[in-house]
Design a protein around this ligand. Structure first.
Ligand code: FAD
Length: 464
């Protein structure tokens, strides 16, 4: 392999003297391929992604971010932006370009009076939950604590509070953004409202978000946990889950999954989180817990951050991953049969087939109100291939791709872009639906040269 070096987009080498000059202007770190910390710094959650940036800029604030954007712009260098580094497609990394790495920017400031939380652009969900919980508050984010707040929120954001309190992006009051011109702006309903619209679902297309200001809710203890059933009961369990959730209060979010237990047993699980009154939740969840009955019922009251970490062990750092997902309008018996068929073909005990139901608050927001367009789509079917031996990569990728293809006739054409290891331009366009045209105009306005290109990329209006 050729030595890794910082290059401009045409392939010409950037003069090391220029890089040293740039580094002097940083409060944070410039990590170069020859530095000891380089290999650690370029590692992300998905071990299947192995890229070699020419420079990693570990920013400590918005000023470093601006400095990095201006340097990359002036020298026409490819840029990747890293928040939590959990994007399964590896969009936080690039070869021979610059990674604007926000992973040292993890501060979370809570105002308990106004229930407003300010979060820096490199914070993880765990960072956020830890601080909000001190005040008996929570912000709706995802379900694995090491995921980045930034990438998750910019792509929508679904988690245990989604049915009651909506998507993460629907709870952002404002974004502090460094634009492709290296300017700092605050986007909110009052200031840069078009940018505010685009950032709520439009991904990393429009700038580097150095901080988010969120609305939080009074949530401290939830009733949650897992129910484990044998895999040969999958049909009955998935149909029960579908019918039960159809009339369930929005305080309950419950996902179903076809998995393999740590001791190697193929299983069907329901993971539930009730975020309302605990006694009411105990009453409401009783039939779900009695159904079967399950082999294991681990549902119990717990602090919200514990619920948020319940699945962390299922998605350890450093495994190989290939994920795909698609929305189906209804969980028909045919869809359930297809899920069971493809689950029986999983070749890794770490892989899973997921059924996630988001019906409730997201659908009450019009799809014109923010870039995120998949609001009428309630059932997300996920196929997450995860393995540890790189020699098996093609086999596990093929499983996920085959399952995805089999679901195409049942899909409504929308796909959760944050869950895709690979998504062509057609999938991106379809997933934004009627919002794509406006996003494309805003890309032309805020980033006409596609400076921010490593994301769920939107083509600027008029570009080819
Ligand atoms: P990164 O890899 O750091 O970045 C992802 C994308 O966002 C890139 O395009 C990057 O350029 C852009 N980006 C990152 N930070 C910034 C920033 N500060 N400003 C501008 N652009 C930025 N999603 C859910 O909705 N709910 C879940 O429950 C959920 N669970 C997950 C669990 C696991 C184990 C994993 C791996 C993913 C999960 N996801 C979930 C998907 C997740 O939302 C996406 O992978 C998301 O991209 C991760 O964001 P990140 O900041 O960690 O990623």
């Amino acid at each position: 392999m050729a030595a890794t070096e910082l290059q401009c987009r045409s392939g010409a080498r950037i003069d090391p003297g220029l890089i040293s000059e740039f580094a002097k202007g940083l409060a944070g770190l410039a990590i170069r391929p020859e530095d000891k910390s380089y290999d650690h710094a370029r590692r992300i959650w998905n071990a299947a992604i192995d890229r070699h940036p020419g420079l990693i800029v570990r920013c400590v604030g918005a000023a470093d971010t601006i400095h990095a954007v201006k340097f990359a712009k002036a020298n026409d260098i490819l840029v990747a932006v890293r928040g939590g580094g959990h994007n399964v497609a590896g969009r936080a990394l690039c070869d021979n370009g610059i990674v604007i790495d926000l992973s040292s920017m993890r501060a979370v400031i809570v105002d308990p009076e106004s229930r407003v939380v300010r979060v820096q652009g490199g914070a993880t969900l765990g960072d956020l939950d830890r601080e909000t919980h001190l005040h008996g508050l929570a912000v709706p984010v995802g379900v694995v604590s090491k995921t980045g707040v930034a990438g998750l929120t910019l792509g929508g954001g679904v988690g245990w509070l989604v049915r009651k309190y909506g998507l993460s992006c629907d709870n952002v009051i404002s974004f502090e953004v460094v634009t492709a011109e290296g300017e700092i702006v605050v986007a909110s309903a009052e200031s840069y409202p078009d940018l505010y619209w685009a950032l709520r679902g439009g991904g990393g297309n429009f700038g580097v978000v150095t901080s988010f200001t969120f609305r939080a809710y009074p949530i401290s203890t939830v009733l949650g946990g897992v129910l484990v059933h044998p895999r040969d009961k999958a049909g009955e369990v998935l149909r029960f889950h579908r019918d039960f959730m159809a009339s369930a209060p929005e305080e309950l979010t419950a996902y179903a999954a076809l998995v393999t237990t740590p001791d190697g047993m193929p299983a069907t699980v329901i993971i539930a989180c009730w975020c309302g009154d605990i006694a009411e939740g105990e009453r409401f969840l009783a039939p779900m817990r009695a159904f079967g009955p399950p082999l294991l019922d681990a549902i119990q009251p717990m602090p919200f951050p514990t619920m948020q970490m319940l699945l962390d062990g299922e998605f350890p750092e450093g495994t190989y991953n290939h994920w795909k997902a698609t929305f189906v309008p209804k969980l028909t018996d045919e869809v359930i049969d297809l899920l069971i068929e493809h689950a029986s073909r999983m070749r890794s005990p770490m892989s899973s087939c997921l059924v996630e139901f988001y019906g409730g608050a997201p659908g009450r927001v019009s799809s014109k109100e923010a870039a995120f367009a998949q609001r009428a789509s309630e059932y997300n079917i996920g196929m997450t291939a995860q393995w540890t031996d790189p020699a098996e990569s093609e086999m596990h990728r093929a499983w996920a791709r085959e399952m995805y293809d089999a679901f195409e006739p049942h899909s409504n054409g929308m796909h959760l872009l944050n869950f895709q290891s690979e998504a062509g331009d057609d999938v991106t366009r379809a997933s934004f639906g009627a919002n794509y045209a406006r996003l494309s105009e805003l890309k032309q306005k805020y980033d006409p040269t596609n400076f921010f290109s490593l994301n769920q990329n939107i083509k600027a209006a008029g570009s080819t």
